[in-house]
Design a protein around this ligand. Structure first.
Ligand code: UD1
Length: 418
């Protein structure tokens, strides 16, 4: 069986360049089908989720071409609007094609999305919001059949600021007749990125990044060249890895404006962060301190995607820490792995109580989902001795080349295939 082998326990030293953002790239790829023409995306991450999304676009008849880390999508001709189940079931973001396919063709057939098993992850908010805009949706077998010949001007209010539902409303509204006003929209930076991309394509959108977004429909969009922002979750993972393993690290090109909640946590833990132009310098000289009162929340709160990496770091912090997960109900899957490394953690419902230990020890670990898998890599880099991480393909859904990144931080890591 394939596994990652990590020899941990030494302080990190080196620099790492932060890849393009997964959660920005995926809705932007979905948006590319709205234009009967060419989209050029620079800094697009070469991760499994992007590759799966591209396979779906190829199934529609789009042409796709990589030139280095620039991706060129030609969506001039589309002869299908069927989303291929084998790719859609591997990622949650396939649901984003609902809004863009309805916008482009007026109909869509979509299998239920897959993705990390970190809770129930229903799609009711997407469905209700799109219905409000005039879409007819019905469950058929293992998926959805949708039709929306004339998306209407509408006022939509989300009961919860779901990132994906916000993106789907925007994607359908861009080519709708009239004005769509979306209230209680998600404020995640990826929403702003999607709107920035669509605006570069000719869409009319106001209020991205706030909880009220106004989209005035346009007749057509045009070709676009766009650079994808760097990934705040990947940057946060390496920031927390520095906290856990110690040392001195430079992050090149992290999205500095998007990391406020992570900075806040790291500073309280006693980790130094210094911005130098487009770089971020991180170092720690003393033992990390524990944190209480950390809750995951919609942006600008602490991101749920960094909850597991934070937990792995806090396992080594002095004193007691508490984390509350408020977004996904099954996101403590790494606890049993960390316990095998010598951590002292217990959970009660959505709360985790962590008593910091001086050392974690290398162990055989199983990645069960993307961010939890990255958290195990972080723990292994900080732990004494050798760890083996099985099922690391989950990590490759979001991290372009975690082996290369770790090696550039001085961690001894290799992939074993067998
Ligand atoms: C996006 C991110 C994911 C991140 C999450 C929260 C992408 C590709 N993924 O996921 O990395 O962890 O935001 O920041 O951008 N919900 C419902 N019904 C719905 C939709 C959501 O109950 O129809 C619930 C979910 O089960 C979850 C919460 O709302 O408990 C947040 O989900 P949402 O904001 O939609 O996350 P995603 O868009 O799936």
């Amino acid at each position: 069986m394939d596994y990652l082998e990590i020899e941990g326990g030494s302080p990190l030293c080196g620099e790492v360049c932060i890849q393009g953002s997964k959660n920005a790239a995926l809705p932007i790829l979905s948006a590319a089908v709205l234009n009967h023409g060419i989209t050029v995306l620079k800094n697009c991450p070469k991760i499994i989720d992007v590759k799966n999304m591209l396979e779906i676009l190829i199934g529609f008849g789009c042409k796709v071409n990589w030139e280095g880390d620039t991706l060129i999508i030609d969506a001039t001709v589309m002869n299908s609007n069927q989303v291929a189940a084998c790719y859609a079931r591997q990622m949650r973001s396939s649901i984003m094609l609902l809004g863009s396919l309805l916008g482009r063709t007026g109909t869509a057939t979509l299998p239920y999305p897959g993705g990390c098993v970190i809770g129930e992850r229903p799609i009711d908010l997407h469905i209700e919001a799109l219905r409000k805009m005039g879409a007819e949706l019905e469950e058929k077998g293992e998926g959805l059949c949708a039709c929306c010949k004339k998306p209407q001007s509408s006022r939509v209010c989300l009961p919860f600021p779901s990132v994906g539902a916000t993106e789907n409303v925007i994607l359908l509204a861009v080519l709708a007749k009239g004005v769509t006003i979306l209230n209680n929209a998600a404020r995640e930076p990826e929403i702003e990125e999607l709107c920035r991309f669509l605006s570069c394509m000719g869409a009319k959108i106001q209020g991205a990044g706030t909880s009220q977004i106004t989209i005035t429909g346009v007749e057509t969009l045009h070709d676009v060249e766009f650079t994808i922002v760097s990934d705040r979750i990947v940057a946060g993972t390496y920031m927390l890895m520095t906290a856990a393993a110690g040392g001195r690290v430079i992050l090149n090109n992290p999205p500095l404006q998007q990391l406020g909640a992570v900075y806040g946590a790291l500073r309280c833990m006693g980790v130094h962060c210094k911005e130098c132009g487009e770089h971020l310098l991180l170092w720690r000289t003393e033992r990390m301190k524990g944190l209480k009162g950390i809750r995951t929340e919609p942006y600008p709160g602490f991101p749920t995607d960094l909850q597991s990496p934070l937990m792995a770091a806090l396992a080594l912090a002095e004193g007691e820490s508490e984390i509350e997960e408020t977004i996904f109900e099954a996101r403590f899957k790494i606890v049993e792995e960390l316990l095998r490394m010598g951590a002292d953690i217990c959970t009660e419902g959505q709360k985790a109580y962590i008593r910091g230990v001086r050392k974690l020890y290398g162990a055989d670990l199983i990645a069960k989902e993307l961010r939890g898998g990255a958290a195990l890599v972080l723990a292994a880099a900080a732990a004494e001795g050798k760890s083996r991480i099985l099922q690391y393909h989950y990590i490759e859904r979001g991290y372009e080349n975690i082996i290369r990144d770790l090696q550039s931080l001085g961690v001894m890591v290799k992939k074993n295939i067998g």
